[in-house]
Write a protein that binds this ligand. Sequence first.
Ligand SMILES: Nc1ncnc2c1ncn2[C@@H]1O[C@H](COP(=O)(O)OP(=O)(O)OP(=O)(O)O)[C@@H](O)[C@H]1O
Length: 251
Amino acid sequence: MAASLTFDSVTKRYDTTEALAGIDLTIEAGSFVALVGASGSGKSTLLKTINRLVEPTTGRVLLDDEDVTTRDATAMRRQMGYVFQRIGLFPHMRVGENIAIGPRLVGDNLSRERIGELLELVDLDPAMASRLPEELSGGQQQRVGVARALAGDPDLLLMDEPFGALDPVTRDALGTRVRDLHDRLELTTLMVTHDMAEALILADRVLVMDAGKIVADETPQALASGGGGEVAQGLVAVPRHQAERLKELER
Ligand SMILES: Nc1ncnc2c1ncn2[C@@H]1O[C@H](COP(=O)(O)OP(=O)(O)OP(=O)(O)O)[C@@H](O)[C@H]1O
């Protein structure tokens, strides 16, 4: 079952930097939310307050109405899958071991069948389980990163710029796959991305961050129709301009 999230006046300060400047937000169970914004606007910090890699300076984060700081960390992390910014596979472990690491840390051994199933979910051959990460392409490694995030049967999928290092064709294919898995596995998904086009195409709801605040909270349709204000429209202008240029070339 999907999980819901609530941010209640969350701030995070590092010395003089206000990484999060008061976040109030509810994310409904089952939604696919994209978090976009300029570099340094606070996207990763916000994501990390959910799995407690970052503790808020003030305020609370609730997962299914329970404060994440009062929950058992192991049980809670099982409920969440996390896809890292730079893949983050362990280089000396085989693909199968990389996928099974989360459950193993809490005493569960995944069967070879289950690892094969997870590889198939992300369109990889189960035989790849015995390879080392360096024997895979970047796109295949990132697919393994997604399979690993799904290994504990999470309710919540957190992704920090998951497709950033991939070529555009692989990026598009893996993005579509993840959206499909989100729907099939009934997840709640929160994805940080720099790419507004990706956010508009994959998400149900797009949050735009600027200087630690959420400055727009819109559907892709509303953003495409000009909503969300200046910062949001500045980001939407990029794919819009590209689409217009392509149209011109068709003539
Ligand atoms: N551990 C830290 N110590 C000090 N400052 C930090 C730390 N982590 C983040 N910051 C600062 O907090 C602000 C927000 O950082 P954050 O990583 O959340 O931004 P972001 O929007 O995810 O950026 P990017 O898109 O470049 O990944 C930045 O000014 C950053 O320098």
